[in-house]
Design a protein around this ligand. Structure first.
Ligand code: SF4
Ligand code: FES
Length: 244
């Protein structure tokens, strides 16, 4: 980006299913200022140029995961993406791919969360003793810290080429959460959880492409979680702990 540039163009995907027959792109000029994030740029447009533009945000500080979008060809959080760091005169901003569009940059996350529900993201019955605390050592807690940190933004799912071509594939986010419970010393339902993750649309569909690792804003490594579950599944089969 030239040093003296004081404006940048946001090329934004627009589509209102209630009014438009098909999507189109709309360009807006946004004044540059130090520290301008893509989200702040979108808010400038909303406040001063076009109140009809729809997008989601909440925390503005990379805490909630709601502002996930497709920015300059990569799934990113809008609030965490600095305009200056993109080094472009024109920044393309589109909704996360592979999900139904509600309006403009707002997608319907129901299909994403339906996959999350499939892995049963809660302690299974009888896993936690009801009346007393279920203690963990600091080491046991550390083993799942990374996976608890996942805030379900959907960026990894949007970056995954397998999820893009196979709508039934559970995808990296749901599989991370499956491993989060397997890694939890209080759960103890490894076989049942592996069975949920191992189905036809589960972890063997992962081609170990690592896109999910690259885009995760929380430093979670979905590929590692998936590989660990594959290793566990094979080991348990060889040890005769699961049926062929
Ligand atoms: S693993 Fe990372 S990219 Fe994927 S949903 Fe969780 S926080 Fe988002
Ligand atoms: S607005 Fe919460 S993560 Fe961006």
């Amino acid at each position: 980006m030239p040093i003296d540039m004081n404006e940048v163009t946001f090329k934004v995907f627009r589509f209102d299913p209630e009014k438009d027959k098909k999507p189109h792109w709309q360009r807006y000029r946004v004044a540059l200022r130090p520290g301008l994030s893509v989200l702040e740029g979108l808010l400038d447009i909303l406040d001063h140029q076009d109140g009809s533009l729809a997008f989601r945000f909440s925390c503005r500080g990379a805490v909630c995961g709601i502002c996930a979008m497709y920015i300059a060809g990569t799934p990113r959080l809008a609030c965490r993406t600095q305009v200056a760091e993109l080094k472009r005169e024109e920044i393309t901003i589109a909704p996360l791919p592979g999900l139904p569009i509600i309006k403009d940059l707002v997608v319907d996350m129901k299909p994403f969360f339906a996959k999350y529900e499939q892995i049963r993201p809660y302690f299974l019955a009888d896993a936690v003793p009801g009346e007393k605390e279920s203690l963990q050592t600091p080491q046991q807690r550390r083993a799942l810290a990374e996976y608890i940190d996942c805030f379900l933004c959907g960026l990894c799912h949007a970056a995954c080429p397998v999820a893009a071509t196979d709508r039934r594939y559970l995808g990296p986010a749901a599989l991370v959460k499956a491993y989060r419970f397997i890694a939890d010393s209080r759960d103890g339902h490894t076989d049942a959880r592996l069975a949920l993750a191992l189905g036809e649309d589960g972890l063997w569909r992962c081609h170990t492409i690592f896109n999910c690792v690259e885009v995760c804003p929380r430093g979670v490594d979905p590929t590692h979680a998936i590989q660990e579950m594959k290793r566990l599944a094979v080991w348990r089969r060889l040890a005769g702990k699961t049926r062929p």
